[in-house]
Every structure is written in C-alpha cells, then in structure tokens.
Design a protein around this ligand. Sequence first.
Ligand SMILES: [Zn+2]
Length: 60
Amino acid sequence: MRIETTSCPDCGTIIAANVLESERTLKCPGLGCGRVHRFTDLSADVQRHYEANHDRYQME
Ligand SMILES: [Zn+2]
C-alpha cells in the first residue's frame, strides 16, 4: 500500500495524505502552527490515487 505524505510549508511537519483524505481538512499538528491543510492541497495525482483506492484505506 502506498502511503503519501505531505509536509507543512510553514513548519515542516509531515502529514499523512490518508489522514487528509478521511478528514478532508486538518489543522496542522505542528507546535504553534495554525495552518489548515486540505485534501485539495495535495497534487492531483495523489488525490486521484486516494479517490480510486478509498476503500483500501478504511481498514484499520
Ligand atoms: Zn505546520
């Protein structure tokens, strides 16, 4: 299974794209960082990957 990550441009915290996919928006977990990350901030390629494989990411 492919796990994509993205990093916050403000604080550099690594964020798992599958969390963004399920939450759609996510307040940055970085300390003191108020940035809000959105699934739509991910590259179109990564968005397509998660939309196409949505079910595979629901099994925890
Ligand atoms: Zn941040």
